[in-house]
Design a binder for this molecule. Structure first.
Ligand SMILES: NC(=O)c1ccc[n+]([C@@H]2O[C@H](COP(=O)([O-])OP(=O)(O)OC[C@H]3O[C@@H](n4cnc5c(N)ncnc54)[C@H](OP(=O)(O)O)[C@@H]3O)[C@@H](O)[C@H]2O)c1
Length: 229
């Protein structure tokens, strides 16, 4: 029987590259996004994917997504907590709503979903969870604002989960990429060569997954060749 992976926020960008890679490696793949329009495109390109519309900034929609995963898709071998949104800003001037949106989308979403799919992994004493953190999880920078705060929190979540899951045979991996060429960077006037390709993030996630269950790569830090942008 094929193994199962769920990748959140995977209609494009890093999430889609990861989903594509696991499909190529023979996995059953499920993905979600918040809009029907972006999922429609995924259905056309990847008819093999199971897709679900859920706005993960809303707790009730994460709960429905978790039910669908547990009941219709089946217990996960791999969970990739990829969903995230980036709005530049500064604490002194950004809106409370921007802060709340990023905390809900980048942190609460992953906390709520992970909790709800963990029991099936714990029962089987196996599973791998990847959390898409960021260089912004370990560095404060100008215009990072609420995004950087949310990514620091996500790394905290990931470290806590790693400790908790040690006796349960579940590997927890924090992935911290720097600038990666995706729609998040739309409008930025820099050559594509200045960014990492999303496929490289997918490759390192796959290579990490493939190691024996006796080994956990706890953190993966990746930067563009010329450094941060
Ligand atoms: N790109 C980078 O340079 C970079 C660097 C470090 C870390 N990261 C992290 O890597 C992850 C992926 O980034 P990316 O650049 O690939 O993003 P992206 O290209 O903007 O894609 C984001 C994906 O998430 C979905 N999404 C957004 N909000 C959602 C919500 N509330 N509920 C469900 N789905 C939602 C989007 O689809 P819909 O719009 O249809 O919802 C889309 O499929 C994020 O966590 C990001 O913070 C990115």
């Amino acid at each position: 029987m094929s193994k199962r992976v769920f990748v959140s926020g995977a209609s494009k960008g890093i999430g889609l590259a990861v989903a594509h890679r696991f499909l190529a490696e023979g996995f059953d793949v499920a993905v979600n996004a918040s809009t029907e329009a972006s999922l429609e495109q995924v259905r056309l390109t990847y008819p093999q994917f199971k897709v679900y519309r859920a706005d993960m900034s809303q707790k009730s929609e994460v709960e429905e997504l978790a039910k669908w995963l547990n009941q219709d898709f089946g217990p996960l071998d791999v969970l990739v907590n990829n969903v995230g949104r980036f709005l530049p800003g500064s604490v002194h001037s950004e809106s409370d709503e921007a802060f709340e949106m990023m905390m809900h989308t980048n942190v609460f979403s992953n906390y709520y979903l992970t909790k709800r799919v963990l029991p099936a992994m714990m029962e089987r004493q196996s599973g791998t969870i990847f959390n898409l953190c960021s260089i912004a999880s370990i560095m404060a920078y100008a215009n990072g604002g609420a995004y950087s705060i949310s990514k620091h929190a996500l790394l905290g979540f990931s470290k806590v989960l790693r400790e908790e899951m040690k006796p349960h045979g579940i590997r927890v991996v924090s992935v911290l990429p720097g600038a990666t060429l995706t729609a998040s960077w739309e409008g930025v006037d820099l050559p594509a060569e200045r960014f990492m390709p999303a496929e490289d993030i997918a490759s390192i996630i796959w290579d990490t997954y493939k190691l024996s269950s006796r080994t956990v790569v706890e953190e993966i830090l990746l930067r563009p060749m010329l450094g941060d942008i």
